[in-house]
Design a protein. Sequence first.
Lengths: 115, 115, 89, 89, 138, 138
Amino acid sequence: MSVLIVIDQAPYGNWSGREALDMALSLAAFDQSVSLLFVDAGVNWLRKHQNPAPIQQKGVNRNLAGAQVFGVEELLADQSALQQYRLEPDDLLDGVAVTEQVHELLSNYSHVVCQ
Amino acid sequence: MSVLIVIDQAPYGNWSGREALDMALSLAAFDQSVSLLFVDAGVNWLRKHQNPAPIQQKGVNRNLAGAQVFGVEELLADQSALQQYRLEPDDLLDGVAVTEQVHELLSNYSHVVCQ
Amino acid sequence: MMTLHILNKSPGHPRFGRCLDAVGESDQLLLIENAVLALSVDDIALPGRVIALASDLEARGVSGHREVELIHYDDMVALTAAADRIISW
Amino acid sequence: MMTLHILNKSPGHPRFGRCLDAVGESDQLLLIENAVLALSVDDIALPGRVIALASDLEARGVSGHREVELIHYDDMVALTAAADRIISW
Amino acid sequence: MPASDSVNFTLVITGAPYTSQAPQTALHFARAAIAAGHAIDRVFLYGDGVQLASNLACVPSDEPNWHRSWSEFLTAANIPAVACIASALRRGVINEEERARYELGAANLASPFRLLGLGEWVDRVASTSKVIYFHAGG
Amino acid sequence: MPASDSVNFTLVITGAPYTSQAPQTALHFARAAIAAGHAIDRVFLYGDGVQLASNLACVPSDEPNWHRSWSEFLTAANIPAVACIASALRRGVINEEERARYELGAANLASPFRLLGLGEWVDRVASTSKVIYFHAGG
């Protein structure tokens, strides 16, 4: 059993990415194999230097940066989405692996969740 | 004061079109000048022969067909959206006016609501 | 591994295109809720075997001139029971 | 008549494109919430005068290399007070 | 003191808290409007926005409680707040009167919010008030 | 009687009633699954889906009350139903225990629904159960 949680919504404008991240962290906490895949506007979760204090939300950078410490296996980002949002490797949190083959990648997981 | 209510969501899958229609009917009930504009997937509200009984929802055909009787001035549909969904004039409820100039049309209204 | 893709978004929704990209040759695509509107759109290339929930078509007055297999909720249950993997988009 | 268009959807959202189509030459476009992400996208032709909420940019870590006027909520109030008409997309 | 060029705003919120950013953006806007000497003559909750009126939200202490922040602001600034009754009843946001009518066990909407019809919104649209909508983003 | 090839389903609902079609599609699916001799070992409400557990929805008599239909089905089929506690508390869906803890005036979640953590979902994902998601459409 290996789980992939797909995040395609941008941060802060709605809660769905936040709750998808909670799903991944819960699986990891119970020692289940889980990775996160960021596609479309979802890649914006991976930007360095987010500061949601002015809009009175809690940042998720720390959760995301610590995801692998908590047992999330991989943080994967879709290359074409990174390109669309002009995100270079230097702009991203540490530990993000870039993938060009989202379609093929999906088939590696026995359980896929698009929250 | 003339109001345009824009509906760009398809029927039944979510409630937003339904509640936008309620806004139009309320304005009409209070004798305010109001028209409805259907764009994108929203044009599917205008199909004849909808029958949401199998999914246990109430139809809106009667409300829409009666909208002009209740005082809604115009039911407008975006030509390009009709074309996308292969909707011919015969497929539509009576009383729908087709517009090719959504952008220009918006400027005729002093108050525009995209629910 | 046969994957059943369950899609409930209108053709204009970003996830609609993402789902279509992910459907493999041996996969099944089940259109439900607003996704059945895709059956009335000409220029969408739907993959091989397309299935749609009849009650969602009837609700929306879509006749579905395209090649499509219309099913009911009991068939949807059978499809999910038989699938190796299910992705809800 | 000067219209202020307030847009809060990500660039991939169908309403994003519909809003851009509707912005006239003498209109103003205010990007808030997820719409500020458009400032990091190259291939979107944003119309003439583009304004964005600074706190939404800061939240998302977007620096906005494009020509854009960054404002705060009090400026947003002034803009809406001055506009002949306001459309929230 | 209202400025000489002060405006009457009506704010319509259609996005729910903890689902969309709409109630947050609207509150920042509302505070700035009052600070600048403008008036807000009504806040109208419609569609999913009615969830903001529920007084049962329980939020971790290190996160803002948007229902409470809005309630405090509305009370302090003496601004009438209305949740659309048709939107609210379906979504389980009810006051004491509806609780009694539907014979339910509890109510979750109270002052400063009231349940009223769309006529409250129509009334503002037909007035000289500037009506601003705060929808769910995406 | 379970069929010889019967499956254990877990249904996860993330779309709210009267906002999305998700709870309706899921209920049609659930009824058909039970009728075909399959088992549903859990229904898990997550995100906006927790609104389905609120027992305060008031629906016109000519429209289905999805909370009531689901409650009756779950009770009759003896299926455990869980609303994610983190999603539910923020959205104002609370049981008697949380009402007391947060010192609020009312609770709106009761049997057959319970408030529990995401571990309930993890447990099903890690099992042989077939987990099917019913999201909000659009």
